[in-house]
Design a protein. Structure first.
Length: 113
């Protein structure tokens, strides 16, 4: 069926370019890591509070900046040099992640039910 091939994604760049394969794999792993981090935060909030309202509030707190940056960031990325933008955002992410994920030594969890 010739029409069926039009529905599938073209994976030619993945087969032909080793650099593109590395970029695609890194981007995919980064996206999976970000999704797992978001899920882990929500799971930890529920584990600590057992409150569906707190879980919903965390979900809203994560979604509002995502939507705001997504809607407002598009025009900015069209104007700014993308290489510089990627360098700055990746550097900021590398600086923030260790602080975000650092545990508090000696902090005890509240007793569960």
């Amino acid at each position: 069926m010739p029409g069926r091939h039009r529905l599938l994604a073209d994976i030619t760049p993945l087969r032909e370019s080793a650099a593109f394969r590395r970029l695609w794999a890194g981007t995919t792993l980064s996206a999976v890591g970000s999704a797992l981090t978001s899920f882990a935060v929500i799971l930890q909030v529920f584990d600590l509070t057992r409150s569906p309202f707190a879980v919903g509030a965390i979900g809203v707190a994560q979604m509002v900046p995502t939507l705001a940056v997504g809607l407002l960031g598009g025009p900015v990325t069209d104007v700014i040099d993308r290489r510089k933008l990627v360098l700055v955002t990746t550097s900021c992410l590398a600086a923030v992640c260790p602080r975000r994920h650092a545990g508090r030594p000696g902090r005890r969890r509240p007793p569960g039910p």
